[in-house]
Design a protein around this ligand. Structure first.
Ligand code: NAP
Length: 161
C-alpha cells in the first residue's frame, strides 16, 4: 500500500511560507524534490496549488484539496474535497502518496504521515506567515541525513512503531 510521506522545507524558525509563496529558492532542493516525488501522487492544498500558477508538477498525480464548491483545478490537477476521499484511493495506488503542503494540509495529515522528509533551510526568514505545526516530528526518529549543495541538510524521519 502507498506509504504516506510528508515532504517539506523549513527555515530555522519552522517557517515554510510567506505571502502565498516559498520565500527562498534553492535549486538543489528543487532537484531533490523533483527526483523524490516523480512518479508518485502529490497532495496539496488549494493555496499551494495556486502558487504553482497553473503549472502542475510534471510526472506526478497532482491531487488538490479544496472545500470550495466552485473551485476546479485547471487541467493537470484532480480536486478532492476531503482527506477521507484521498485515503480511500490509497489501497489502489501503485505509488507513494506525498503530502506536499501547505500548513493546513500538513496539519490535516499529521495522524497519517508515516515518514517525513525535511529540508533544513539555513535562514531565518523575516515576516514569514506560514509555519509548520509545532512538534510535528513528535513520535518520529531520524533515519537518514544527507547534505546537499547550498549548505542544506535533508533529514528523513520514520514514525516510531
Ligand atoms: N516550504 C515548503 O516546503 C512549502 C510546501 C508547500 C507550501 N508551502 C507554502 O505554504 C503556504 C500555503 O499554506 P496554507 O496552509 O496557507 O495553504 P494550503 O494548505 O496550501 O491550502 C489551504 C487550502 O486547502 C484546502 N484544504 C486544506 N486542508 C483541507 C482538508 N482537510 N479538506 C479539504 N480542503 C482542505 C482549503 O481550500 P478551500 O479554502 O478551497 O476549502 C484550504 O483553504 C504558501 O506560502 C506555500 O508557498 C511551503
Amino acid at each position: 500500500m502507498a506509504v504516506i510521506i510528508g515532504i517539506v522545507a523549513v527555515d530555522q524558525n519552522g517557517a515554510i511560507g510567506k505571502g502565498g509563496a516559498i520565500p527562498w529558492r534553492y535549486p538543489s532542493d528543487l532537484k531533490f524534490f523533483k527526483a523524490r516525488t516523480s512518479g508518485h501522487a502529490c497532495v496539496m492544498g488549494r493555496r499551494t496549488w495556486l502558487s504553482l500558477q497553473k503549472r502542475p508538477l510534471p510526472d506526478r498525480l497532482n491531487i488538490v484539496l479544496s472545500r470550495t464548491a466552485d473551485f476546479a483545478a485547471s487541467p493537470g490537477g484532480v480536486v478532492l474535497r476531503d482527506k477521507e476521499a484521498i485515503l480511500s484511493l490509497r489501497p489502489y495506488l501503485a505509488c507513494d502518496l506525498f503530502v506536499i503542503g501547505g500548513e493546513q494540509v500538513y496539519r490535516s495529515f499529521l495522524p497519517e504521515i508515516e515518514r517525513w522528509i525535511v529540508t533544513e533551510i539555513p535562514l531565518a526568514v523575516e515576516d514569514a506567515d506560514t509555519f509548520m505545526p509545532k512538534n510535528f516530528l513528535d513520535g518520529f526518529s531520524e533515519m537518514e541525513t544527507r547534505a546537499v549543495e547550498d549548505g542544506l541538510r535533508i533529514v528523513t524521519y520514520q514514525k516510531i512503531a
